[in-house]
Design a protein around this ligand. Structure first.
Ligand code: PGA
Length: 249
Protein backbone atom coordinates (compact mmCIF):
# COMPACT_ATOMS: atom_id res chain seq x y z
CA UNK A 1 0.00 0.00 0.00
CA UNK A 2 1.07 3.57 -0.66
CA UNK A 3 1.55 5.87 2.33
CA UNK A 4 -1.77 6.68 4.00
CA UNK A 5 -3.50 10.00 3.42
CA UNK A 6 -4.81 12.02 6.38
CA UNK A 7 -6.98 14.84 5.06
CA UNK A 8 -8.57 17.47 7.30
CA UNK A 9 -11.73 19.07 5.92
CA UNK A 10 -12.29 22.12 8.09
CA UNK A 11 -15.56 23.05 6.32
CA UNK A 12 -16.70 26.52 7.49
CA UNK A 13 -14.40 26.58 10.52
CA UNK A 14 -11.02 28.16 11.22
CA UNK A 15 -10.78 31.64 9.74
CA UNK A 16 -7.25 33.05 9.37
CA UNK A 17 -6.64 33.70 13.11
CA UNK A 18 -7.91 30.31 14.22
CA UNK A 19 -6.09 28.56 11.36
CA UNK A 20 -2.83 30.20 12.45
CA UNK A 21 -3.32 29.20 16.08
CA UNK A 22 -4.25 25.64 15.08
CA UNK A 23 -1.20 25.20 12.89
CA UNK A 24 1.18 26.75 15.39
CA UNK A 25 0.19 24.01 17.80
CA UNK A 26 -0.08 21.21 15.23
CA UNK A 27 3.30 21.91 13.61
CA UNK A 28 5.03 22.11 16.99
CA UNK A 29 3.76 18.70 17.96
CA UNK A 30 4.06 16.94 14.61
CA UNK A 31 7.52 16.72 13.08
CA UNK A 32 7.95 16.12 9.38
CA UNK A 33 7.04 12.56 8.34
CA UNK A 34 7.55 10.85 5.05
CA UNK A 35 5.44 7.78 5.82
CA UNK A 36 2.10 9.58 5.56
CA UNK A 37 0.50 12.36 3.53
CA UNK A 38 -1.25 15.09 5.49
CA UNK A 39 -3.59 17.45 3.61
CA UNK A 40 -5.47 20.47 4.98
CA UNK A 41 -8.64 21.77 3.36
CA UNK A 42 -9.23 25.13 5.09
CA UNK A 43 -11.99 27.54 4.06
CA UNK A 44 -10.84 29.61 1.07
CA UNK A 45 -10.32 32.73 3.17
CA UNK A 46 -7.65 30.88 5.20
CA UNK A 47 -5.74 29.29 2.33
CA UNK A 48 -3.05 31.97 2.21
CA UNK A 49 -2.56 31.85 5.96
CA UNK A 50 -2.19 28.07 5.93
CA UNK A 51 0.18 28.36 2.98
CA UNK A 52 2.40 30.71 4.95
CA UNK A 53 2.32 28.55 8.05
CA UNK A 54 3.36 25.38 6.17
CA UNK A 55 5.90 27.06 3.90
CA UNK A 56 8.77 25.02 5.36
CA UNK A 57 6.71 21.85 5.53
CA UNK A 58 6.80 20.36 2.06
CA UNK A 59 5.46 17.13 3.57
CA UNK A 60 2.03 18.76 4.06
CA UNK A 61 -0.33 19.55 1.19
CA UNK A 62 -2.87 22.35 1.00
CA UNK A 63 -6.25 22.03 -0.68
CA UNK A 64 -9.45 23.95 -1.29
CA UNK A 65 -12.93 22.68 -0.47
CA UNK A 66 -14.57 23.67 -3.74
CA UNK A 67 -13.79 25.23 -7.11
CA UNK A 68 -15.80 26.55 -10.03
CA UNK A 69 -15.38 24.85 -13.39
CA UNK A 70 -14.72 28.06 -15.33
CA UNK A 71 -11.31 29.71 -15.24
CA UNK A 72 -12.73 33.20 -14.62
CA UNK A 73 -15.84 35.27 -15.13
CA UNK A 74 -18.92 36.77 -13.56
CA UNK A 75 -19.46 34.13 -10.84
CA UNK A 76 -19.81 36.10 -7.63
CA UNK A 77 -18.59 34.23 -4.60
CA UNK A 78 -16.80 31.53 -6.58
CA UNK A 79 -13.17 30.53 -6.85
CA UNK A 80 -11.39 29.10 -9.88
CA UNK A 81 -8.96 26.19 -9.85
CA UNK A 82 -6.25 28.47 -11.26
CA UNK A 83 -6.72 30.95 -8.41
CA UNK A 84 -6.49 28.14 -5.88
CA UNK A 85 -3.26 26.97 -7.52
CA UNK A 86 -1.91 30.52 -7.52
CA UNK A 87 -2.63 30.73 -3.76
CA UNK A 88 -0.57 27.59 -3.16
CA UNK A 89 -3.19 24.85 -3.15
CA UNK A 90 -2.35 21.61 -4.93
CA UNK A 91 -5.52 19.61 -4.19
CA UNK A 92 -9.24 20.40 -4.59
CA UNK A 93 -12.20 18.62 -3.05
CA UNK A 94 -14.89 18.05 -5.66
CA UNK A 95 -18.43 16.88 -5.04
CA UNK A 96 -18.32 16.82 -1.25
CA UNK A 97 -21.68 15.62 0.02
CA UNK A 98 -22.48 19.04 1.49
CA UNK A 99 -21.89 20.57 -1.93
CA UNK A 100 -24.20 17.99 -3.45
CA UNK A 101 -26.93 17.90 -0.81
CA UNK A 102 -26.89 21.40 0.72
CA UNK A 103 -25.95 23.39 -2.39
CA UNK A 104 -27.53 21.18 -5.04
CA UNK A 105 -24.36 20.36 -6.98
CA UNK A 106 -25.10 17.87 -9.74
CA UNK A 107 -23.07 14.96 -11.09
CA UNK A 108 -22.22 16.73 -14.35
CA UNK A 109 -20.88 19.73 -12.45
CA UNK A 110 -18.47 17.47 -10.58
CA UNK A 111 -17.17 16.23 -13.93
CA UNK A 112 -16.54 19.80 -15.08
CA UNK A 113 -14.86 20.68 -11.78
CA UNK A 114 -12.56 17.66 -11.93
CA UNK A 115 -11.58 18.71 -15.44
CA UNK A 116 -10.95 22.29 -14.30
CA UNK A 117 -8.80 21.05 -11.43
CA UNK A 118 -6.67 18.91 -13.73
CA UNK A 119 -6.38 21.79 -16.23
CA UNK A 120 -5.03 24.05 -13.48
CA UNK A 121 -2.58 21.45 -12.15
CA UNK A 122 -4.56 20.58 -9.02
CA UNK A 123 -5.17 17.00 -7.89
CA UNK A 124 -8.92 16.55 -7.56
CA UNK A 125 -10.21 14.57 -4.58
CA UNK A 126 -13.58 13.36 -5.87
CA UNK A 127 -16.07 12.60 -3.09
CA UNK A 128 -18.76 9.99 -3.61
CA UNK A 129 -21.30 8.42 -1.28
CA UNK A 130 -24.87 7.29 -0.89
CA UNK A 131 -27.63 8.69 1.32
CA UNK A 132 -29.30 6.58 3.99
CA UNK A 133 -32.37 6.10 1.80
CA UNK A 134 -30.21 4.94 -1.10
CA UNK A 135 -28.37 2.50 1.17
CA UNK A 136 -31.64 1.12 2.52
CA UNK A 137 -32.86 0.62 -1.03
CA UNK A 138 -29.74 -1.42 -1.79
CA UNK A 139 -28.50 1.20 -4.24
CA UNK A 140 -25.13 2.03 -2.67
CA UNK A 141 -22.96 0.59 -5.44
CA UNK A 142 -25.11 2.03 -8.21
CA UNK A 143 -24.97 5.54 -6.70
CA UNK A 144 -21.26 5.46 -5.95
CA UNK A 145 -20.40 4.18 -9.42
CA UNK A 146 -22.66 6.75 -11.08
CA UNK A 147 -20.93 9.55 -9.16
CA UNK A 148 -17.48 8.12 -9.92
CA UNK A 149 -18.20 7.83 -13.64
CA UNK A 150 -19.74 11.30 -13.86
CA UNK A 151 -16.88 12.81 -11.87
CA UNK A 152 -14.27 11.37 -14.21
CA UNK A 153 -16.24 11.69 -17.45
CA UNK A 154 -14.43 14.76 -18.73
CA UNK A 155 -10.83 13.71 -18.20
CA UNK A 156 -8.62 11.18 -19.95
CA UNK A 157 -7.69 7.98 -18.13
CA UNK A 158 -4.07 9.16 -18.08
CA UNK A 159 -5.18 12.27 -16.16
CA UNK A 160 -6.81 10.14 -13.47
CA UNK A 161 -3.45 9.15 -12.08
CA UNK A 162 -2.80 11.90 -9.57
CA UNK A 163 -6.41 12.20 -8.48
CA UNK A 164 -7.82 10.92 -5.20
CA UNK A 165 -11.23 9.52 -4.36
CA UNK A 166 -13.08 9.80 -1.05
CA UNK A 167 -15.91 7.47 -0.17
CA UNK A 168 -18.11 9.34 2.27
CA UNK A 169 -21.51 7.79 2.95
CA UNK A 170 -23.82 10.76 3.50
CA UNK A 171 -25.49 9.10 6.51
CA UNK A 172 -22.11 8.93 8.25
CA UNK A 173 -21.06 12.56 7.80
CA UNK A 174 -21.25 14.60 10.97
CA UNK A 175 -23.71 12.12 12.48
CA UNK A 176 -21.45 10.12 14.75
CA UNK A 177 -22.30 7.00 12.71
CA UNK A 178 -19.29 5.50 11.01
CA UNK A 179 -19.35 2.75 8.42
CA UNK A 180 -17.74 -0.39 9.81
CA UNK A 181 -14.31 -1.15 8.38
CA UNK A 182 -15.97 -4.09 6.60
CA UNK A 183 -18.67 -1.87 5.03
CA UNK A 184 -16.06 0.64 3.92
CA UNK A 185 -13.83 -2.07 2.49
CA UNK A 186 -16.63 -3.51 0.35
CA UNK A 187 -17.36 -0.17 -1.32
CA UNK A 188 -13.69 0.76 -1.62
CA UNK A 189 -13.14 -2.51 -3.50
CA UNK A 190 -16.01 -1.65 -5.84
CA UNK A 191 -14.44 1.75 -6.49
CA UNK A 192 -11.00 0.20 -7.02
CA UNK A 193 -12.40 -2.31 -9.51
CA UNK A 194 -14.11 0.48 -11.45
CA UNK A 195 -10.90 2.52 -11.48
CA UNK A 196 -8.99 -0.55 -12.67
CA UNK A 197 -11.44 -0.84 -15.54
CA UNK A 198 -10.53 2.73 -16.49
CA UNK A 199 -6.76 2.83 -15.90
CA UNK A 200 -5.69 -0.78 -15.30
CA UNK A 201 -2.88 -1.46 -12.85
CA UNK A 202 -2.45 2.25 -12.18
CA UNK A 203 -5.69 2.17 -10.17
CA UNK A 204 -3.59 0.96 -7.24
CA UNK A 205 -1.90 4.36 -7.19
CA UNK A 206 -5.17 6.29 -6.81
CA UNK A 207 -5.76 6.72 -3.06
CA UNK A 208 -9.30 5.93 -1.91
CA UNK A 209 -9.97 7.64 1.41
CA UNK A 210 -12.85 6.93 3.77
CA UNK A 211 -14.76 9.78 5.42
CA UNK A 212 -17.73 10.07 7.76
CA UNK A 213 -17.49 10.63 11.52
CA UNK A 214 -13.94 9.29 11.70
CA UNK A 215 -12.41 9.92 15.12
CA UNK A 216 -9.33 8.86 17.01
CA UNK A 217 -11.12 5.74 18.22
CA UNK A 218 -12.06 4.49 14.75
CA UNK A 219 -9.16 5.75 12.62
CA UNK A 220 -6.85 2.76 13.07
CA UNK A 221 -9.38 0.05 12.28
CA UNK A 222 -10.66 1.92 9.22
CA UNK A 223 -7.13 2.36 7.92
CA UNK A 224 -6.48 -1.34 8.30
CA UNK A 225 -9.50 -2.21 6.16
CA UNK A 226 -8.81 -3.45 2.65
CA UNK A 227 -8.56 -0.78 -0.04
CA UNK A 228 -8.79 2.06 2.52
CA UNK A 229 -5.79 4.24 1.70
CA UNK A 230 -6.55 7.20 3.90
CA UNK A 231 -9.09 9.22 5.87
CA UNK A 232 -11.00 12.42 5.14
CA UNK A 233 -11.92 13.89 8.49
CA UNK A 234 -14.28 16.76 9.30
CA UNK A 235 -15.31 17.32 12.93
CA UNK A 236 -12.40 15.42 14.46
CA UNK A 237 -9.87 17.51 12.51
CA UNK A 238 -10.90 20.75 14.25
CA UNK A 239 -9.12 20.08 17.49
CA UNK A 240 -5.35 20.21 17.04
CA UNK A 241 -4.63 17.60 19.68
CA UNK A 242 -7.27 15.16 18.43
CA UNK A 243 -6.20 15.63 14.84
CA UNK A 244 -2.56 15.07 15.84
CA UNK A 245 -3.45 11.75 17.39
CA UNK A 246 -5.33 10.69 14.25
CA UNK A 247 -2.38 11.65 12.07
CA UNK A 248 -0.12 9.53 14.30
CA UNK A 249 -2.37 6.46 13.82
P1 PGA B 1 -17.14 14.35 9.55
O1 PGA B 1 -17.00 15.00 8.10
O2 PGA B 1 -15.81 13.69 9.85
O3 PGA B 1 -17.44 15.50 10.47
O4 PGA B 1 -18.23 13.35 9.48
C1 PGA B 1 -16.30 14.35 7.08
C2 PGA B 1 -16.44 15.13 5.81
O5 PGA B 1 -17.51 15.70 5.58
O6 PGA B 1 -15.50 15.22 4.99
Amino acid sequence: MQRPVFAANWKMHNGPSDARAFLRSFLTHNARRTDRQVIFFPPAISVTTVREMIRERTDILLGVQNIHWEDKGAFTGELSAGMARDAGATVALVGHSERRHVFGERDEETGKKVKAAVRAGLSPMLCVGETLAEREQGRTEEVVLRQLRAGTAEIEPSQMVGMLVAYEPVWAIGTGKTATPGDASVIHAVIRAELAGMVGERAKGIPICYGGSVNRGTAASLLEAGDVDGLLVGGASLDSEGWSSIVRT
